[in-house]
Design a protein around this ligand. Structure first.
Ligand code: NI
Length: 153
């Protein structure tokens, strides 16, 4: 019996939507206020969904401690209270749009959550990122900019 478990996390980060390969005018036209030089912040809401068979012995699909540990280590410690463009390597060459943040978080969590459940068959199913009250983005691991080559699902 396949069960999907979603757990919610929160982190705060600043970003600037800007592509160095575009002219200042193009950046301003495409990204508008989000291209302001010094960036702006969001309180992101991150939902991480894992899927797997329920383990017969424990009755669980995934130990929440294992899930929390992976998200804390791979995502929250890396991004919380940072400037996404300037801190760390994730967005040195990619614009930190919510779409690209979804790709990156999926890539970061895919391996740590593979087989993380007590039955050993749990996998990362979805990353959902809420950037504002009005929009959220979902990624199911299919062919992101960096994950296409390693995609097996
Ligand atoms: Ni923004």
């Amino acid at each position: 019996m396949m069960v999907y478990l979603t757990r919610r996390y929160r982190f705060s980060a600043a970003h600037r939507l800007h592509n160095d390969s575009l002219s200042p005018a193009e950046n301003a036209r495409i990204y508008g206020k989000c291209n302001n030089p010094f960036g702006h912040g969001h309180n992101y809401v991150l939902d991480v969904t894992v899927a797997g068979e329920v383990d017969a012995a424990t009755g669980m699909v995934c130990d929440l401690g294992v899930l929390d540990g992976a998200v804390q280590r791979e995502v929250l410690d890396r991004f919380d209270e940072t400037h996404l463009n300037l801190d760390g390597e994730s967005f040195r060459t990619r614009v930190p749009t919510a779409e690209n943040i979804c790709f990156e978080i999926f890539d970061l969590l895919r391996a740590p959550l593979a087989g993380a459940g007590p039955g050993g068959n749990t996998r990362l199913e979805r990353v959902r990122l809420e950037e504002t009250n009005s929009n959220f983005f979902e990624y199911y691991g299919g062919g992101g900019p960096r994950s296409a080559a390693s995609q097996v699902r």
